[in-house]
Write a protein that binds this ligand. Structure first.
Ligand SMILES: [Mn+2]
Length: 325
């Protein structure tokens, strides 16, 4: 029997082999899974094919510096590049490849498919992280692994699954972790310092969220953080998306939405999580999207956020009615 995944690995290796210029891209506002998968695959390709020019691009994020450096490169000088798209399904959210005229796309992602379709395409929205996919790809092919690559892949898997708590954490996830730890012998406990260390300022802001979240009778939680609150607590808008995962397992919540006003970009950003109702279909009605139980939405009009919140509250109500019948 021909294994589908082995055929796919062959195609992935072939397209990587075929190009001497390779650019790896991921989504804007990156998280550790996005950056770690990008840096890990770049480093592995460089170790396997030292003669290739391989660049991981996009805006750097100071707090993820420990994952490694991104490349500064003039993309308009490349003429025959393969674009590797990681952890993002749509062109609108690609970070930093506007000037690149690429020849082909290799896509590896665990979000539901959107408008990017790779010439070679490995999209699997049952996977808990892109790093899980890259870890298997490297371990099961001639691509080279080293200690730093293994550490990055482990961090990405732990982050995106929220320490193996979230939906899509599977037996395969644990097998991947087991194989990775066994083969690389990385010391994984110290890695948590980078991932989970936080300031008391952030904790105080979390207390603000806990004290001010509004919870409906349908177990829907909502909070809007305006620019004044951010100033008062001395935090950046991105803090709100960092906090949304801390609200899992609160008995009174099955779905929650945090909205923050990003003054610099003049836009409202919503982060939504769910422990039951499917939310990406609701978010997509308002030009948002994401995973079934972890979605987001951006809009310059606050009224859209209010409508989305109302829609989600209704979705929670329907979900509870179905559950109890
Ligand atoms: Mn991811």
């Amino acid at each position: 029997m021909v294994s589908i995944i082995k055929e796919l690995y062959k195609k992935i290796l072939k397209i990587i082999k075929d190009y001497d210029e390779i650019v790896l891209v991921r989504h804007i506002s990156p998280d550790p899974d996005a950056i770690a998968s990008q840096i890990a695959l770049r480093d592995s390709i460089k170790l396997t094919y030292p003669e290739k020019k391989v660049y991981a691009v996009g805006a750097g994020v100071h707090k993820f510096k420990y994952l490694g450096n991104l490349d500064k490169v003039n993309l308009s000088e490349l003429s025959n590049a393969l674009l590797i798209v990681l952890d993002v399904p749509n062109f609108a959210r690609l970070d930093g490849v506007e000037d690149l005229e690429y020849q082909a796309i290799l896509k590896i992602d665990h979000h539901p498919a959107e408008d990017i379709i790779g010439d070679v395409d490995w999209t699997d929205d049952t996977k808990s992280s892109t790093c899980e996919m890259i870890a298997n790809l490297i371990m099961d092919t001639k691509l080279v692994m080293d200690q730093k690559i293994a550490e990055n892949l482990y961090i990405g898997m732990v982050f995106d699954s929220d320490r193996f708590l979230l939906q899509n954490t599977s037996l395969d996830t644990f097998k991947t972790v087991c194989n990775l730890l066994e083969s690389s012998k990385i010391n994984f406990i110290p890695l948590y310092d980078n991932l989970y260390e936080r300031s008391i300022v952030e904790e105080k802001f979390r207390a603000y969220l806990v004290n001010n979240i509004e919870i409906s009778e349908n177990k829907f939680g909502y909070i809007f953080v305006d620019a004044d609150i951010l100033k008062k607590y001395g935090v950046e808008p991105t803090i709100v998306s960092n906090q949304v995962n801390n609200f899992y397992f609160i008995k009174e919540l099955i779905c929650w939405m945090f909205v923050v006003y990003d003054e610099r970009n003049g836009i409202y950003k919503a982060n939504i999580r769910s422990r039951g109702p499917v939310i990406n279909e609701v978010a997509s009605k308002y030009n948002g999207g994401g995973h079934k139980f972890a979605s987001g939405c951006r809009n310059a009009d606050y009224k859209v956020m209010e409508k989305l919140a109302k829609d989600l509250d209704e979705t929670c109500k329907d979900y509870i009615t179905k559950e109890t019948n």
